[in-house]
Write a protein of this length. Sequence first.
Length: 217
Amino acid sequence: MPAIDIDREAAHEAAQRELAKPIYPRPSLSDRLSEWLDEFLYRLIMKGSSIPGGWFTIAVLALLVVVAFVVAVRIARRTMRTNRGDGHGLLGIHELSAAEHRATAEGQAAQGHWGEAIRHRLRAVARGLEETGLLNPVPGRTANELARDAGELLPGFSADLRRAATVFSDVTYGEQPGTQSDYRMVADLDDALRRHSAPSSATAADPVVADTWASLR
């Protein structure tokens, strides 16, 4: 059979058509951007001789495109992380008490699973504030919403609540590793809020004051 002469551009287009068939897995956003960049640079090089300024112009355009590509990928990833953070509730799908979240957190921390420990300890914070009546239970409440809602009622804890929410989001949605120091920060916040919310022994011993305390809760 006679040899069939196929130039590079025709072969490239044939490969693109083949990969576009539904039998192949759908590429991710990063893969599609990367393919677009490859396609653009390929065509730019092929037409380099006809571009005013020659290779200098090509180099400048290629640099600008690469910079734009990197920025686009970062924006896309940040948007995806933000959307996931807004769309998933802090407490998850399992209804646990503050004590149960706290015990789970301590168990995970003992094994060095800091990310999971952080998640459960901040959930203990949220559930504890709900159990004391300080916060109304809100389905789907996010870590940032917890920091905002509780911070408005407890301004002295506002900064620590925001820090804890940031750490929760980083390990849950940002794929950041949890650390022992981050866990201790969230645990210290939980302990401080528990001390703040609990009536003093003298108050608890006085039925009249105790009733007043209960009405405030």
